[in-house]
Design a protein around this ligand. Structure first.
Ligand SMILES: Cc1ncc(COP(=O)(O)O)c(C=O)c1O
Length: 423
């Protein structure tokens, strides 16, 4: 449904909640942009506070309806609060909300492992709760499988902010890493995304987003991923695909690495998260037996586990979410809607380019930050992306309605032709 905004944005109820938030949350977390913006005379963009969601929409505590063009950081790929996922989660909650990870498993966890392996062609699974967890599990696996200790990643790559992935990111490196240098390992090097590769023989693994998300919704040149895979194989180095943002249909194929226009070998390890369970924090690192079996058999004290490993509610919701992706043919829908939207955006004066694929698009224009603010005022939730915030990141729920896409094109046209609105 199109937006319906009845108050100023943020409205008075949101503002009151954000005042309470600011009093209690660690100040480094939620941006209180209003204060900063007021100081420079710009629009007030304190956050709106979310109260409810459904499909492509979010309602704030002031009763305004927004369209979520971020799908909640890519989590709501099948739409917010999908009824089949909610039903699966509620049914599981009523029976077994929690099992005991490595010590005592439950059937949903086993079913989800089987389902994910069938989907990816991989053999084995390590569950986590966040994308960071999955990346960390992949690093550990690669170190065990190769006996080497270095990881290669790429400029613009974002892999999470827990200590191991943080040491390996290529996105806002200075801001994210610098304050915590003392805690971070020095095992990671970076190369240009889509560019020349160094000698890979010193590396346990190369970690790559087949289509970069936060780094700008950009794909590498055709053939580069296969070249990376060939070079890694020759060097005995493990290939890790980070499909945490791009997985489960977002780019027009089930995984970004399966783009028929740019075929590449399946990776040794693949990390997934975000949309996996349609709104429950669960992630996974999947891998071939050849690589995963380097862990050896557990001797009783698991050397990798978590309290919530493979939580049954998350697994039940993920099983339902994967069925929705199939039943609603969301990858092909993302491909069709994304291609059509790209053509329409490129025809707008002021759109300098559109990168990415499917419904993982970067819309390049002057001052995307101002556009973000102006769009929020009108009921459209969208964030900038790219190292210099030089694009709007368009990653909506994949079932986004055609009329909502029409409305978005219309509002972008209006904003770009009316610089007085702040774009
Ligand atoms: C490609 C990619 N990898 C990893 C992560 C980290 O996931 P999480 O924030 O769940 O730790 C993200 C989060 O945005 C991501 O986009």
């Amino acid at each position: 449904m199109l937006p319906s905004v009845q108050t100023e944005v943020p409205g008075p109820v949101s503002r009151a909640w954000v005042d309470r938030l600011a009093a209690r949350e660690c100040p480094g977390i939620t941006a209180r942009r209003a204060r900063r913006a007021a100081a420079i005379g710009a629009a007030d963009t304190d956050p709106i506070v979310w109260a409810e969601s459904e499909g492509e929409n979010v309602w704030d505590v002031d009763g305004n309806r927004f369209v979520d063009l971020c799908a909640g950081f890519g989590v709501a790929s099948i739409g917010h609060r999908h009824p089949r996922v909610v039903a699966a989660g509620q049914a599981q909650l009523a029976h077994l909300p929690h099992a005991m990870g490595d010590a005592f498993p439950d059937p949903r966890r086993i079913e989800l492992m089987e389902r994910l392996c069938a989907l990816t062609g991989q053999d084995r699974v390590i569950f986590g709760s966040s994308g960071s967890d999955a990346v960390e599990a992949a690093f550990k696996t690669a170190v065990l499988a190769t006996g080497r200790a270095r990881i290669l990643t790429f400029d613009g790559g974002y892999h999470g902010l827990a200590a191991a992935p943080l040491a390996a990111i290529g996105y806002h490196v200075q801001a994210f890493q610098h304050p915590f240098k003392a805690l971070l390992g020095t095992f990671a090097d970076r190369a240009p995304y889509g560019g020349a590769l160094p000698d890979l023989t010193p590396y346990a693994a190369v970690l790559v987003e087949p289509l970069q998300g936060r780094g700008g919704m950009r794909a590498p040149p055709v053939g580069w991923l296969q070249g990376l895979s060939d070079a890694a194989r020759r060097a005995g180095c493990v290939v890790i695909h980070d499909e945490i943002y791009s997985g489960f249909g977002r780019t027009g194929t089930m995984f970004a690495s399966q783009n028929p226009a740019d075929p590449c070998d399946p990776p040794d390890l693949v990390c997934v998260g975000k949309a996996l369970a349609g709104g429950f924090p669960i992630s996974a690192c999947l891998g071939s037996a050849a690589v995963m079996d380097a862990w050896g058999a557990s001797t009783g004290e698991a050397i990798h586990t978590q309290t919530f490993l493979g939580n049954p509610v998350g697994c039940a919701m993920a099983l339902a979410a994967l069925t929705v992706v199939d039943d609603e043919r969301l990858p092909s829908r993302a491909a069709r809607v994304g291609a059509d939207l790209t053509a329409r955006l490129l025809a707008l004066p002021g759109v300098q380019g559109v990168t990415g694929r499917g419904l993982m698009l970067g819309i390049r224009m002057d001052n995307p930050l101002a556009a973000t603010r102006a769009l929020l005022q009108r009921g459209w939730i969208i964030l900038p992306c790219g190292e210099r915030a030089d694009a709007l990141g368009f990653t909506p729920p994949l079932p986004i309605a055609d009329e909502t896409v029409d409305g978005f094109v219309q509002i972008v046209r209006e904003l770009l032709s009316a610089p007085a609105t702040g774009c």
